[in-house]
Design a protein around this ligand. Structure first.
Ligand SMILES: [Zn+2]
Ligand SMILES: [Zn+2]
Length: 758
């Protein structure tokens, strides 16, 4: 019998051909396997019927750990003969099937780690040790199919020993495209701040030593540069803050081992699983009582972002940095620019504040930032879905009529391509306010299209007319000759939930900092009735004045005053003036703010983020936002130590949850209760009020599904309180588990909508 088989999914770059070769040989089948230009695999086998049938069954059952099969088509027929043996053939450029893609980068596997630490292995301490089960993929591929000449490993011809492993079916590096060794693989070297190589014995040990001594190093990794330094010594962390214009924004750290993490942070079993998973994301962990790392790493926050080493290179650094339990490992970029991935660019942009560079010779074809995950309400929630996850597709429901490409919003941008029950989200692109960010988004879309082998048929973006992502989408719609669908921000958030969970109708609570409303106003505390074809705004937070527009987001005192003044709080002006020193221009600015309010010169917003900001200012937790979400995150840190002592019932008027009274209540109670308890009260108030509105509507409409999404869904307390209330009413709560609830997941909702519309 003969079988002609096509396999789709993640089947290139995961040891699939060697697996098929071994399976076919074991079953004494003849024929061939080869990679295709559409990222799929083509197999032809001939032999006795029992073996052929067993072969097909075992493809799915015994496939390599990183392989994902989304479709397997097998045509059975009479033998044609003509095969003498089973072979791995040279790949074909042929394409035609869609739905396959190459895998994300994978952290070093246990096998390789053992060899890495084995002094008698020829890859002992080789920083780029990989095999068919592990190593970079997405970041090194330049074109399909996944073969070494199509990756940035093509610059490193195999030495005889590596070639032998590559061609030996019994070797675990049989057909491993990333195979390399100290003799033939990319070299690494230490350089001074001008990028000039420094000769030293072992560049990694030397780099580790320098880190422990308090120097700042830029280290080229898998998907780009990290800027690294000590976590014990506050001095270099402070210096780094100044240089990176990051006064307060937390730095991610990499810990030596799980044991090391447990000396400074609390690790639940879920968090341990995430930390040690093959994806190795950064996990936000609660600082423990014994936290002893420099406070400057995540100032004013109750948690710290931690990851474990994910390549041999990282293990070597820790060997050199003997006493360090962890190292700062922040993304190497300039403010609001993409991560740097090129040696020359690194010298040009980072030399101003970096003492040394640790370079390696391999080019990075596709930059990719680390992923960030947080345990929220006992579930893993993506803050950033990037390395280790992108570009693996997520399954979505709903029949998409066309191939849709979406561009996200303005911050935490990702791109998304959706078709045939799958959505391929790009790595984290980040901010697109600057031209560098826009160019990065454009390149990312182009690459993702090439890797998924599809032609765009409809494009999607935000409703905001001036977002750079909107402008880019408009330009590309013309280029591709496609229709452009603009999806309202909060509806897109809700749609990301519906796509993930296969829902056709839901009442969604969408809370974030800012989204362009259907009426052109700033929205962000919305209760929506959503279907696949349309939506309706059911309820929202009270409109509050943003005095000075964007300035009100940067200086939460402006929000706080606006809310108090609007509530008719008599001492509002006095209160603002008593805080005037917290404003950049002091008393004068306070007077201008008061005047602007009286003259009605402000824009209204229903943003939840702005209410949390205002509360942070009233409670003396934060007066200035130096990074996105800072006041709300610091309020969350305070609330994490608080409990329910103040009983403040949500005030609902019509379809509006009042927030003016909340601001007044905070002022009135500020002497009487702990700040932590008041912070807790604010979060509880919003969760209760929004849950009440959503549940009442869900019951009225007969809808069983209630969603909670938007950036506020990163808040553990608000999310768990919301769940308690919704489930208490016998309704089911849905939250994002496959994509970030923040703007990083927005492109999914946008693409889903455009694809459905066609
Ligand atoms: Zn491996
Ligand atoms: Zn070699």
């Amino acid at each position: 019998m003969r079988a002609e088989v096509r396999v789709l999914g993640i089947v290139q770059g995961v040891g699939f051909r060697p697996f098929i070769y071994r399976l076919a040989t074991e079953l004494k089948l003849k024929g061939y396997v080869r990679n295709r230009g559409d990222a799929g695999v083509e197999i032809v086998v001939e032999g006795d019927e029992v073996s052929v049938r067993s072969f097909i069954r075992r493809i799915e059952a015994d496939k390599p750990p990183a392989a994902q099969i989304s479709r397997l088509d097998a045509k059975l027929m009479e033998d044609k003969g003509g095969f003498k043996e089973f072979k791995i053939l040279k790949s074909t450029e042929e394409r035609g099937d869609t739905g396959s893609i190459i895998p994300p980068d994978m952290s070093i596997c246990e096998h390789c780690l053992k060899e890495f630490f084995n002094p008698s292995n020829r890859r002992h301490r080789y920083y780029f040790i990989t095999c068919t089960d592990c190593g970079p993929r997405y970041t090194i591929i330049e074109r399909l199919p996944y073969d070494r000449p199509n990756t940035t490993m093509k610059d490193f011809p195999l030495c005889p020993q590596c070639l032998k492993e590559y061609t030996s079916p019994e070797d675990r590096r049989f057909h491993a495209q990333t195979v390399a060794c100290p003799a033939c693989g990319p070299k690494a070297f230490l350089a001074d701040r001008k990028g000039v190589e420094i000769s030293c014995g072992d560049p990694f040990l030397e780099a580790g030593k320098l880190l422990a001594e308090g120097f700042i190093l830029a280290i080229k990794g898998i998907g780009g540069f990290h800027v690294a330094t000590s976590t014990i010594n506050p001095e270099p962390v402070r210096k780094l803050r100044k240089a990176k214009y990051r006064e307060q924004k937390p730095f991610a750290i990499m810990a030596r081992s799980l044991n090391a993490v447990q000396t400074f942070a609390q690790v639940s079993s879920l968090e341990e699983k995430l930390l040690t998973s093959p994806e190795r994301p950064i996990v936000l962990l609660k600082k423990s009582g014994e936290y002893y790392l420099a406070e400057e790493i995540s100032p004013g926050l109750h948690n710290v972002g931690v990851m474990l080493p994910y390549t041999g290179l990282h293990y070597l650094l820790f060997e050199g940095a003997k006493e360090e339990p962890a190292l700062v490992m922040t993304s190497g970029n300039l403010p609001a620019e993409p991560i740097i991935s090129d040696n020359q660019e690194a010298v040009e942009k980072l030399a101003g504040f970096v003492d040394y560079f640790l370079f390696h010779e391999r080019r990075i074809a596709q930059p990719c930032d680390d992923s960030v995950v947080k345990s929220v309400d006992g579930k893993p929630v993506f803050i950033r879905r990037s390395r280790g996850y992108a570009p693996a597709p997520i399954k979505i429901s709903g029949k998409l009529k066309q191939v849709a490409v979406a561009y996200g919003a303005e911050e935490n941008v990702t791109a998304c391509i959706a078709f045939n029950g799958k959505a391929f989200l790009s790595q984290y692109v980040g901010e697109v306010e600057k031209v560098e960010g826009v160019a990065y988004l454009e390149r990312t879309v182009k690459r993702l299209l090439a890797l998924t082998c599809v032609k765009p048929e409809v494009l999607a973006c935000d409703l905001h007319p001036r977002f750079n992502s909107t402008l880019l989408a408009r330009k590309q719609a013309e280029e591709f000759g496609c229709r452009l669908v603009q999806v309202q921000h909060h509806y897109a958030h809700a749609l990301s939930l519906m796509a993930e969970h296969g829902l056709e109708e839901m009442v969604a609570v969408v809370c974030d900092g800012f989204g362009y409303g259907a009426d052109g106003k700033a929205w962000g505390g919305e209760v929506l009735h959503c279907g696949l074809t349309g939506w309706k705004r059911l309820a929202h937070l009270e409109e509050q004045p943003m005095i000075g527009g964007d300035l009100a987001a940067l200086y939460p005192l402006r929000m706080a005053y606006g809310m108090l003044a609007r509530a008719g709080f008599e001492e509002a002006e006095e209160w603002l003036k008593s805080k005037a020193e917290m404003l950049p221009h002091g008393e004068q600015e306070a007077e201008v703010i008061v005047k602007m309010f009286r003259q009605g010169r402000f824009t209204p917003t229903t943003s939840t983020g702005r209410v949390l900001d205002a509360a942070a200012a009233i409670l003396n937790v934060c007066y200035r936002r130096t990074y996105e979400g800072e006041p709300a995150m610091k309020l969350e840190a305070a609330a994490s130590r608080g409990r329910k002592t103040v009983n403040l019932k949500p005030e609902i008027s019509g379809e509006v949850l009042k927030t003016s009274n909340l601001a007044c209540a905070l002022i009135e109670n500020s002497g009487r209760y702990r700040v932590e308890d008041l912070a807790y009260t604010v979060e509880e108030y919003l969760a209760e009020g929004l849950a009440e509105l959503a549940c009442a509507w869900a019951e009225r409409l007969g809808v069983k599904a209630v969603g909670f999404t938007g950036g506020v869904a990163f808040n553990h307390h608000i999310t768990s309180a919301f769940r308690r209330l919704v489930e208490g009413r016998g309704l089911k709560l849905y939250v994002n588990l496959k994509v970030p609830p923040g703007d990083g997941g927005l492109s999914l909702g946008q693409a889903f909508k455009a694809g459905l519309e066609g």
